[in-house]
Design a protein around this ligand. Structure first.
Ligand code: NAD
Length: 507
């Protein structure tokens, strides 16, 4: 076995990587995979193609070890009481916040997204742990006056072991978003990071060695096999999953087939509309379209990004001229360059998939106004880079108007009839976010109510507000995150207790 690197040392990983072996994190320590040959995956920096590290992949036996460690530690963690748990989570959050610039750099190299964006996202992760710690003592049940004299109350009880499965686009933030509420509620957690971005979750686990009892937080890197082993494990009653609709359906089916009833949160994909009515000024509209597309921050690899522009025909030309101008000003650079607005895609395979959608957009008759090719800069030639693509004249039925691309491709369709625009906004299996722009409050609110999406902005776009629950309707998911106390409560089972008190005894 080659020498293994301590997880904290990953924070100083050079951009070319060190090719070192990175173990899993189980029961409070670094553990080598029991999987034998094939149990190590090359973790590639998609901006260079070089191997950053060789990450141990959890086998079913490793997942079993992690779940057993989590189960062993959970009762003592829950018995510690919410104030003590909150204090420890707050300190963990402080450490993540302090390390955020370096976690962001690690995430940038691992995911290809620009470091400015990844460092900001990592800082949000640290802050989120601290915020959840702050509200955790608000976790409480209710008393219900069901009978005169009787005592009827509910108690929020932890599930036990929570499985957390993450998408690749915000590795530090998602680790904190999954861990904080589940741990605050008194559960222990086994987290499976996305196979492309396992490094920062392992570092974050190692930052809590003296805060969390051994086994309370485990990280098992791996792909579909590790995910399935975790989801179907009989010792895991609660699963919190973030990823694509396709995988979400597989998770739901596998959980059902496991023969053990499970509670699932599924945070899935979107094909989110930004709807611009004819009374908006073109500068604000264009700024909203570019911000909503999320080209600059994560190269469009955001579940909430607005990737379909539905625009009133009267504004189309003026807005698109501005959108193209500002899209072309986005500075594409190496992910670890602090001055880059946008890095590359998470992998070469994903970049090729996006180029395939560009071809499909053209084949369906869309007009490519800008982008959709690799940048000319020779420094970027080895990476999975792609220039953001804006397509005008996209038929509502075209592939790029209907499929979640999860990359920098904007499909523009114009309208003249407001009701038809709302109908197009809704004509998708997804229902994650929507953004509506109008100065007419009746029209804006009417559209906000009519559009079947879980998170709707009016004259605003691509921002999450603390406490406002985020999650999809329709095929975009089941359950919510970010709802502060509600988020913590979602990791509990409500237990009803009734104490009958006879009139004589109560007198
Ligand atoms: P993905 O579905 O490919 O993978 C998500 C996770 O599931 C990964 O950890 C992966 O290893 C694991 N996995 C894969 N197959 C599995 C299986 N059979 N059983 C169990 N686990 C399995 O998604 P991705 O490419 O990492 O992320 C992009 C997708 O995630 C997009 O659809 C995006 O919209 C969605 N997403 C949603 C939200 C949200 O909050 N709604 C946030 C971020 C990303």
């Amino acid at each position: 076995m080659p020498e293994m690197t301590a997880h904290a040392d990953l924070l100083d990983l050079p951009s070319g990587g060190a090719g070192a072996d990175i173990p899993m994190w189980i029961d409070g320590r670094a553990v080598a995979s029991a999987g034998g040959a094939g149990a190590v995956r090359d973790d590639v920096n998609p901006s260079t193609g070089s191997v950053l590290a060789r990450v141990h992949q959890a086998s079913a036996a490793d997942v079993d070890r992690a779940v057993a460690a989590a189960a062993r530690s959970q009762l003592a963690w829950a018995a510690m009481g919410v104030h003590e748990r909150a204090a420890r989570l707050a300190e963990w959050g402080r450490r993540v916040t302090e390390a955020a610039p370096r976690l962001g750099l690690l995430d940038a190299r691992d995911s290809g997204t620009a470091v400015a964006s990844m460092a900001a996202s990592a800082a949000k992760g640290g802050k989120f742990l601290q915020t959840i710690a702050g509200v955790a003592p608000e976790l409480h049940g209710r008393t219900i006056p069901a009978t005169p004299g009787g005592l009827h109350f509910t108690e929020p009880a932890p599930w036990g072991v929570v499985a957390a499965l993450c998408a690749y686009n915000h590795p530090t933030l998602f680790t904190c978003m999954k861990a904080a509420p589940a741990l605050a509620a008194g559960n222990s957690v086994v987290l499976k990071p996305a196979e492309q971005t396992p490094l920062s979750p392992l570092v974050i686990a190692s930052l809590a060695t003296d805060l969390l009892p051994d086994g309370v937080f485990n990280v098992v890197p791996g792909g579909a096999a590790a995910g399935e082993a975790l989801v179907t494990h009989p010792g895991v009653p609660r699963v919190s999953f973030t990823g694509s609709l396709r995988t979400g359906l597989a998770v739901q089916a596998a959980a059902g087939a496991s023969g053990v009833l499970k509670s699932l949160t599924l945070e899935l994909g979107g094909k989110n509309p930004i709807l611009i009515f004819d009374d908006v000024d073109p500068d604000s509209a264009a700024a909203a379209v570019v911000k909503g597309s999320n080209f600059a921050r994560v190269g469009g690899q955001s579940c909430g990004a607005t990737s379909r522009l539905l625009i009133h025909e009267d504004l189309r030309e003026a807005v698109l001229e501005r959108v193209v101008e500002s899209t072309e000003r986005i500075r594409i650079g190496m992910p670890d360059d602090p001055s880059a607005d946008m890095g590359c895609m998470v992998s070469h395979a994903h970049r090729d998939r996006i180029l395939g959608f560009v071809d499909a957009g053209l084949a369906d008759g869309g007009r490519l106004l800008t982008g959709g090719t690799a940048p000319d800069d020779p420094e970027l030639a080895r990476g999975a880079f792609v220039r953001p693509a804006v397509f005008d004249g996209v038929d509502h039925g075209a592939t790029i108007a209907r499929t979640e691309i999860f990359g920098p491709v904007l499909a523009v369709t114009s309208f003249t009839d407001a009701a038809a625009a709302v109908a197009m906004a809704n004509d998708t299996p997804y229902g994650l976010t929507a953004s509506i722009w109008s100065n007419d409050i009746d029209r804006a609110l009417g559209a906000a109510r009519a559009i079947d999406a879980g998170y709707v902005w009016v004259n605003d776009v691509e921002v999450r507000y603390p406490g406002l629950p985020f999650g999809g309707l329709k095929q975009s998911g089941i359950g919510k995150e970010l709802g502060l106390v509600d988020d913590i409560l979602s990791y509990t089972r409500s237990k009803a207790i009734s104490i009958a008190i006879t009139p004589a005894r109560s007198a």
